[in-house]
Write a protein that binds this ligand. Structure first.
Ligand code: ARG
Length: 460
């Protein structure tokens, strides 16, 4: 008979090929800390409930601590015939303490084990994501504070629209990231239930205490339905959804950095530390890190799609397809962590070029709306008519090849007699941004308030 765990039933060993397709140890070894923590909580509960004797339970708990020290020091051994992290730990435990090791698997199954380990791991990944997002937010807020008054063009359709402040623009990303933080913490709250003790699918006949185990592992409560517990991967999907949306934000910021560092824009200079050169063109300084952040977001979204598709047709309860849940989550976590760190590094160190931004802000008649607003405010013109008058002024400026602010007063008066010299007060880009004082607006004083509020949120 085979030496395998289920050797009682099987007379031949699995083929090499079967072992290769079946094994998950090469990647699920990342769950070793969670696996040992969950096993310790389970063993202590079995002892407290009198299901396993004191001496055997003590041997199990000591053995698990010993394994923890070994893995910490030497890494996790990868033996495909042991399949996964759960069997690897149990096998080592048997080597260390003998037959008492076999008592640990009372009233549990790998199905509730993996669901528990993975939840613990993903819960930690949520906390870690929040920490890393805060790092990027801190960088954004600090640069926004320095540039509360720096004028740049605001765009719609990537066409110059109205002048804004750089601080305001950077804080837009702070807001997106706030929502990401709330998505990760939402996901964490929702996933914080313990599946352990659901056993293979139906629960168990042993008098276990699932509440004790849940408490020991920092879960709010045990999950309510054993079938759901072992077949649910919503927690992983919630994490991947939050990660995808966050990486989408990072990709948009990366895209802006790429555009801003182009010669045509020249709003930003990348430091050497975050640029790469070209093997052929000596003059090049490329924003590769930003491009990779943009690229990685596609892969993270792919991870979400992959797990969605894995789960969508599965009947209750566990099917082995679900072993494919881990790699997309691990990949997304690694890509997101790297992206967040790299972007924070870039935001901290890039050099903004305020002169280029100010020059660009004046292009494209960006204060046309200010002229229309002036007509409404000072001459009582209905906005739609003011829009029309301003359109004629823009055309006049275009014909003369000058800016709106450079049109002679006579030319303006010819378009509409109600215009007088006070209009020039609102036609500069500085006047334009200073006037946008509505709540959430781009005026420097508003940006400073937003910075102050952001600092409170970040605990700065
Ligand atoms: N390695 C497996 C996984 O990751 C553990 C659960 C195995 N359960 C089973 N019934 N074969 O999903």
């Amino acid at each position: 008979p085979s030496q395998k765990t289920w050797g009682g039933r099987f007379s031949e060993a699995a083929s090499d090929l079967m072992q290769r397709i079946n094994a998950s140890i090469s990647f699920d070894k990342r769950l070793w800390r969670e696996d040992i923590a969950a096993s310790k909580a389970h063993a202590a509960m079995l002892r407290d409930q009198g299901i396993v004797g004191q001496a055997d339970a003590a041997a199990v708990l000591e053995g698990l601590d010993q394994i923890s020290r070994e893995f910490e020091r030497d890494g996790v051994p990868e033996r495909v015939e042991l399949e996964d992290i759960h069997m690897t730990v149990e096998h080592r435990l048997a080597e260390l303490i003998g037959p008492a090791a076999g008592r640990l698997h009372t009233a549990r199954s790998r199905n509730d084990q993996v669901a528990t380990d993975f939840r613990l791991w993903v819960r930690n990944a949520c906390d870690e994501a929040v920490g890393a997002i805060h790092g990027l937010q801190r960088a954004l807020v600090e640069r926004a504070e320095d540039h509360a008054d720096t004028v740049m063009p605001g765009f719609t359709h990537l066409q110059v629209a109205q002048p804004v402040t750089l601080g305001h623009h950077l804080l837009a990303y702070f807001e997106m990231l706030q929502r990401d933080v709330s998505r990760f913490s939402d996901a964490r709250t929702r996933m914080n239930e313990s599946p352990l003790g659901s056993a293979a699918l139906a629960g168990t006949s042993f008098p276990i205490d699932r509440h004790e185990v849940a408490d020991a592992l920092g879960f709010e409560r045990p999950t309510a339905n054993s079938l759901d517990s072992v077949s649910d991967r919503d927690f992983a999907l919630d994490y991947l959804t939050a990660a995808s949306q966050c990486s989408l934000h990072l990709s948009r910021l990366a895209e802006e950095l790429i555009i801003w560092t182009s010669q045509q824009f020249g709003f930003v200079k990348l430091p050497d530390a975050f640029s790469t050169g070209s093997s052929i063109m000596p003059q090049k300084r490329n924003p590769d890190a930003a491009e990779l952040v943009r690229g990685h977001s596609g892969r993270i979204l792919g991870c979400l799609t992959s797990l969605m598709v894995t789960m969508k047709g599965l009947p209750l309860a566990y099917s082995k397809d679900m072993q494919d849940d881990k790699e997309p989550v691990f990949e997304a976590r690694d890509l997101l962590a790297l992206s967040l760190e790299a972007l924070a590094g870039m935001i901290e160190t890039i050099e903004f070029v305020p002169q280029r931004m100010a020059d660009a802000a004046a292009l494209g008649f960006s204060t046309a709306t200010d002229l229309a607003d002036w007509l409404v405010r000072e001459a009582g013109v209905p906005f739609r008519e003011a829009h029309h008058i301003t359109g004629r002024a823009v055309k006049a400026a275009e014909d003369r090849g000058c800016d709106l602010a450079d049109l002679p007063l006579d030319a303006l008066k010819e378009i509409d007699a109600r215009i007088d010299e006070r209009v020039f007060d609102v036609l500069s880009v500085d006047a334009s941004v200073r006037s946008r004082t509505s709540y959430g607006g781009t005026a420097p004083e508003r940006v400073r308030e937003q910075v102050a509020a952001a600092k409170v949120d970040l605990g700065l």
